[in-house]
Design a protein around this ligand. Structure first.
Ligand code: SF4
Length: 423
């Protein structure tokens, strides 16, 4: 193990050594091998994901050490806006509480100029990214995806467009009868900057059959993601857990993401997404078979074991505050997490599925969450280049940031009012 320089690091190492001494021999051996630089296998990952209380502290401290090696004390966030251009979708994924039918009173469809209008507001308020996803509207043309990208780029050439899940790429390519490669290369030429790696759910055929009727198979998700990386479009990676799945599925999923990353290097981060059961038809229709989301320990272990399994390959583990809320997001910073994601105004997908944690958070709130955990807030862009660090502020001081030249330094990042309500 590396030598440690600061008092904090020495204490952290002592804590880890005592937690390892207390852990079961099996888990201790797996973690000691990982700390010595060995890769954690899928079988060992399954053991870690199944850890009981006795072993959990050693796992969390190992994850925290790996986080520190990879990222130091910096915790990132991005100022972005979510735009869900339609919620009309007939795919019928059983877990989805977001999709509406065209005739529903709350069905939504945005024309390109309405999407651009929202993107402009984001830009004017300091946003560097728009995150765009939508349902698979049956009457939508496959070229609508490129129209959206072209319209935003014409109005805002420097706005980063992070858009379209592999499910949407599958849909657009099928509608236009293009190969995934040609469809993705065209979107990149139009100005697509990166893609969310959503719709991964759990990359296991049996689980996907229960969740989505396997309409987008695990193989197709992997093929689209690999192709995106090959044509130069980076993506995030996700896992949606806590429903009809278990530790062996999680370990296989994370191992698969690691294998893809070894080939392509195209993942920017992993974002674990806990299943929110409250308005999900999957749970409502099968309460005896479907779990109501992950337990507290499972959430902790998901972030920590993913950090350990992905060490050296995917350096950024992001917590979803929309799923977990600010307090739990802060706790995850001690379990291997180094990123809080985006301000995400209008985060309607989680809300539709019953998440209680609002649709936006201000940059200032994110900074204060990070500082309250003793870490250094860093505003980053979508692909993890640092835009601004808040290292010069005392991490113990939770008061609003000091005014510079009479102006609150985060004023320009103040997020958006409820513009949706007015439109
Ligand atoms: S998860 Fe996406 S594809 Fe599936 S029903 Fe919901 S909106 Fe449609």
């Amino acid at each position: 193990m590396n030598s440690f320089s600061s008092g904090f690091e020495v204490q952290q190492n002592l804590d880890l050594q005592s937690a390892l001494a207390f852990a079961s021999p099996t888990v201790r051996t797996i973690l000691e091998r990982a700390l010595a630089g060995e890769e954690v296998s899928e079988a060992d990952g399954t053991i870690l994901f199944s850890a009981t209380e006795r072993d959990q502290q050693a796992i969390y401290l190992t994850a925290d050490l790996f986080r520190q090696k990879a990222n130091g004390d910096k915790v990132g966030f991005v100022v972005n806006r979510n735009i869900n251009f339609t919620n009309i979708c007939y795919m019928g994924c059983r877990f989805c509480g977001f999709a509406k039918r065209s005739e529903d009173h709350d069905a939504e469809w945005l024309e390109p100029e309405q999407i651009v209008e929202r993107a402009k507001i984001a830009w004017e308020r300091g946003g560097s990214e728009v995150c765009i996803q939508g349902g698979l509207h049956p009457k939508m043309s496959g070229t609508y995806y490129r129209e959206i990208v072209l319209a935003i780029k014409a109005a805002l050439p420097d706005m980063h467009i992070h858009a379209f899940s592999p499910f949407e790429i599958w849909y657009g390519a099928a509608k236009t009868q293009m190969s995934y490669r040609d469809f993705l290369a065209d979107l990149k030429d139009c100005g697509l900057g990166s893609m969310p790696g959503t719709a991964a759910e759990i990359l296991d055929t049996e689980v996907r059959r229960k969740l989505t009727k396997n309409k987008l198979s695990a193989e197709k998700w992997v093929e689209i993601i690999r192709t995106a990386h090959e044509v130069g479009i980076p993506t995030t990676a996700t896992i949606m857990y806590g429903h009809v799945d278990g530790p062996q599925h999680w370990a296989a999923h994370i191992r698969l993401l690691r294998d893809i990353q070894k080939e392509t290097g195209g993942f920017t981060e992993l974002v674990p997404l806990s299943f929110v059961h409250s308005e999900s038809p999957l749970y409502a229709n099968n309460p005896d078979e479907v779990r109501p989301g992950p337990t507290v320990s499972e959430v902790n272990l998901m972030h920590a074991v993913s950090r350990i399994m992905l060490h050296g390959w995917i350096d950024n583990i992001q917590v979803s505050w929309t799923k977990l809320g600010a307090d739990r997001a802060r706790e995850m910073l001690a379990m291997g997490v180094n990123d809080l994601g985006g301000t995400l105004m209008n985060e309607s997908i989680s809300r539709s599925a019953g998440a209680k944690n609002g649709q936006e958070i201000t940059a200032k709130e994110l900074v204060q969450i990070i500082r309250s955990a003793g870490r250094i807030p860093v505003r980053r862009n979508t692909v993890y280049d640092e835009i601004e660090s808040f290292a010069d502020h005392d991490p113990e001081d939770l008061s609003p940031l000091v005014e510079r030249d009479g102006q609150d330094p985060l004023d320009f990042l103040k997020m958006f009012p409820e513009v949706e309500a007015a439109q």
